[in-house]
Design a binder for this molecule. Structure first.
Ligand code: ZN
Length: 159
C-alpha cells in the first residue's frame, strides 16, 4: 500500500485522536483511533471498524444534546435515516424548500420539527436513553464537541 499523497511505500501504525471530518460534521473526534501514518509526509489513514455502529452512536449523541440541531447535524441525521431531501420533506410534513432552508442554515429548525426529527431517529434506531425533557433549545453559539471511542467493538461517547 502506498501513501496517496507522496507515494511513500510504508506506513507506521499508531493510535491518536482523529478529527473525523468525513462524516460531514466539523466537531467529531474519534478518541485513540488506530491510524496508519506516512512517516514521509504525515498523511493519516484512519482505520475505522464498524462504521455503521459509529454512525449510530453519533446519531445517538447528536439527538441527546440539549440545544437546537445545527444544519450539518440535520443533514447527518437525515442521511442516517437513509432519506433523500424529498423523503425528509414527506416524513416531516413540510416541503423541499423548507428542508433546504434548514440544511443550509437559512432558518433554525423550530422546536416541534426538531423533536419530530429526533423522535424519528429514535424510532428508526431503537434508542432508549433519550432525554428530550432536558432540551432547552438555546441556539448554540459554539459547535458542540462530539468525542467517540471504540470499546470492545462498540462505539461510545468518550469520557
Ligand atoms: Zn506520504
Amino acid at each position: 500500500m502506498k501513501c496517496q499523497r507522496c507515494e511513500h511505500g510504508e506506513f507506521i501504525e499508531t493510535q491518536e485522536n482523529y478529527h473525523y471530518r468525513e462524516c460531514g460534521l466539523d466537531n467529531v473526534t474519534l478518541v485513540d483511533l488506530r491510524v496508519r501514518k506516512c512517516p514521509e509526509c504525515g498523511n493519516i489513514m484512519p482505520l475505522i471498524p464498524n462504521i455503521e455502529g459509529l454512525h449510530d452512536a453519533l446519531a445517538r449523541v447528536i439527538i441527546n444534546k440539549n440545544c437546537a440541531l445545527t444544519p450539518t447535524e440535520i443533514v447527518f441525521l437525515r442521511k442516517s435515516l437513509g432519506w433523500s431531501g424529498t423523503d425528509f420533506a414527506r416524513n416531516m410534513h413540510c416541503d423541499k424548500p423548507q428542508v433546504s432552508k434548514w440544511e443550509h442554515g437559512a432558518v433554525t429548525m423550530s422546536k416541534p420539527y426538531d423533536l419530530l426529527l429526533r423522535e424519528m431517529v429514535v424510532s428508526g434506531k431503537k434508542i432508549t436513553n433519550y432525554h428530550r425533557a432536558d432540551i432547552t433549545f438555546k441556539r448554540s453559539t459554539q459547535p458542540h464537541p462530539f468525542r467517540l471511542q471504540l470499546r470492545k467493538r462498540h462505539w461510545r461517547e468518550a469520557a
